[in-house]
Design a protein around this ligand. Structure first.
Ligand SMILES: Cc1ncc(COP(=O)(O)O)c(C=O)c1O
Length: 388
C-alpha cells in the first residue's frame, strides 16, 4: 500500500480562520469548501484592482500565477514547471484526451460511478477512436485497487481514475496502479479533486501522465480555478487552445505582434486563457499558503482521526456501515445505510444545520479543520432524531 504519513501530529481546530456561524455543522468539504477569511480578503483586494486598472502592471500578469504554480507543485512534490492552470477537471482532462495516443484495439479503464468530468472525456475519446470503454464494477470487499488491477491488461491504453472514490472515499493505491500501467504501457490519468490537499500524493513516486484537480474543495480555493499536472514527457504536446500568454516572450507586451512559434516553458502551454485572473488568483494563493502552513500530512492525520471516530460511532450506535478504515481515504467518509439512505434524511439534517451530501449509495461526511466536537454531536443528535 502507498505509505500515508499517519505519524504527523493532528492540528487543533482552525475554525477561527473561517466565517462559519457557531450553529452550523458543515461536514461537506467534498461538496464545496468554505473560503478561509484570508482568501476572501485577498479576493476582495484582487477584484478591487480592476476598478483601478492603472495599478495593474504587465509584470502582474505573471507574478501571482507563478507563485501559485509553485505552491500547488509543492503539495504534490512536483516542479512548478509541471503545473498548468485549468478552470475545471473536464478542461484538464480534455488536454490529456487530446494528446494521449489510443488505438481502436485498446481500452480506457475507469471505475463505476466515477465523477462525470473524468468519464465524459474518455467516452468521447472511445467514440472517436473506436476503443473500448471499461467501467470497473464496485468490489464487494471495497478493495478498489485489486478490482482495478484485475482490469489492467495488455489491451489497456489509458487508466483514468481518482485517488479515492467520490461517493464513499474508497481508496485506490495509485503507486500499485501506476506500476501496473507501466508494465503494460498504459497511460495513467488521475482526478485528484477529492484528495489533493487532504491526502498525501507524490507525483515523483506515482509518475502519473496527467493529474487534474479542481480548486474549490480540499484546496479551499474559489470556484473555476484548478490545476493540471503534466508529466515532463507530455510537456511538448499540443494544447487544446492557443493563448498569447502561453507563448515565448509574452512578458514583452509591445512585442506580442511578433508571433511566436515557441511556448513558455514546461506545462505553461496548457494554461487556460486569461489565467492571470486578478480577482481569483490571489484567493488561491491565500488558500494554498494556509494549506502549506498546516501541511498536508497534518491535515490528513487530523481528518483521519475525525472521520474514523464518526465511522465507529455510526457503526456501533446506529448500525450504519462504511468502507473499512484501511480501504478508505482518511479524510473521506461515506455512510452506507442498510436498506438505503432514508430519502428525506439530508433535508432533515440540513434543517438542523448539519450539512452533508448524498452521492450514489453513500451519505458523505467530509469534515475539515473547521469542524469541532460539537459539530459531530450535532450530526449524531440529528441522526438520532431522524431515526425516531
Ligand atoms: C471527483 C470530482 N472531480 C471533479 C469534480 C469537479 O469537476 P469539474 O471541475 O469538471 O466541474 C468534482 C465535483 O464534485 C468531483 O467530485
Amino acid at each position: 500500500m502507498t505509505e500515508l504519513n499517519t505519524a504527523a501530529a493532528p492540528l487543533p481546530s482552525q475554525r477561527h480562520l473561517f466565517d462559519i456561524p457557531d450553529g452550523v455543522a458543515f461536514l461537506n468539504c467534498a461538496y464545496i469548501s468554505p473560503l478561509p477569511k484570508a482568501s476572501l480578503l485577498a479576493g476582495e483586494e484582487g477584484l478591487r484592482r480592476k476598478a483601478q486598472p492603472w495599478s495593474i502592471a504587465p509584470a502582474d500578469f505573471f507574478t501571482t500565477s507563478e507563485a501559485v504554480r509553485t505552491l500547488f507543485a509543492a503539495l504534490i512534490n512536483a516542479e512548478a514547471d509541471d503545473i498548468a492552470f485549468a478552470p475545471a477537471v473536464s478542461y484538464g482532462l480534455a488536454q490529456a484526451a487530446h494528446n494521449l495516443p489510443l488505438q481502436k484495439t485498446q481500452s480506457i479503464v475507469t471505475l463505476v460511478e466515477q465523477f462525470p468530468s473524468n468519464i465524459y472525456p474518455w467516452m468521447d475519446l472511445a467514440e472517436r477512436t473506436g476503443a473500448t470503454f471499461v467501467s470497473v464494477p464496485r468490489p464487494a470487499d471495497d478493495d478498489w485497487t485489486s478490482a482495478l488491477l484485475a482490469h489492467i491488461d495488455a489491451a489497456t491504453g489509458i487508466v483514468a481514475v481518482p485517488h479515492c472514490h467520490w461517493t464513499d472515499g474508497g481508496l485506490i493505491d495509485l503507486e500499485e496502479v501506476a506500476a501496473a500501467c507501466r508494465r503494460v504501457g498504459a497511460a495513467l490519468c488521475v482526478d485528484g479533486t477529492q484528495s489533493v490537499g487532504a491526502l498525501p500524493l507524490d507525483v515523483k513516486r506515482i509518475d502519473p501522465d496527467f493529474l487534474a484537480v479542481a480548486g474549490y474543495k480540499w484546496l479551499l480555493g474559489p470556484y473555476s480555478l484548478g490545476f493540471l499536472y503534466v508529466a515532463p514527457r507530455w510537456q511538448h504536446s499540443r494544447p487544446i487552445e492557443h493563448n498569447w500568454i502561453a507563448r515565448r516572450a509574452s512578458e514583452d507586451f509591445a512585442g506580442l505582434v511578433n508571433y511566436q512559434h515557441e511556448f513558455q516553458g514546461g506545462a505553461r502551454r496548457f494554461d487556460v486563457g486569461e489565467r492571470s485572473n486578478f480577482a481569483l488568483m490571489p484567493v488561491v494563493e491565500a488558500s494554498l499558503e494556509l494549506i502549506s502552513a498546516w501541511t498536508v500530512p497534518r491535515i490528513a492525520a487530523t481528518l483521519r482521526l475525525r472521520t474514523e471516530a464518526i465511522a465507529v460511532r455510526a457503526r456501533t450506535q446506529f448500525d450504519i456501515d462504511s468502507v473499512p478504515a484501511d480501504r478508505r481515504a482518511g479524510h473521506y467518509l461515506g455512510l452506507r445505510f442498510r436498506g438505503g439512505i432514508p430519502s428525506d434524511l439530508p433535508k432533515q439534517l440540513a434543517a438542523n444545520n448539519v450539512h452533508v451530501s448524498v452521492r450514489g449509495q453513500a451519505m458523505r461526511v467530509t469534515p475539515h479543520l473547521w469542524v469541532t466536537d460539537s459539530d459531530v454531536e450535532k450530526l449524531f443528535a440529528a441522526l438520532e432524531t431522524a431515526r425516531r
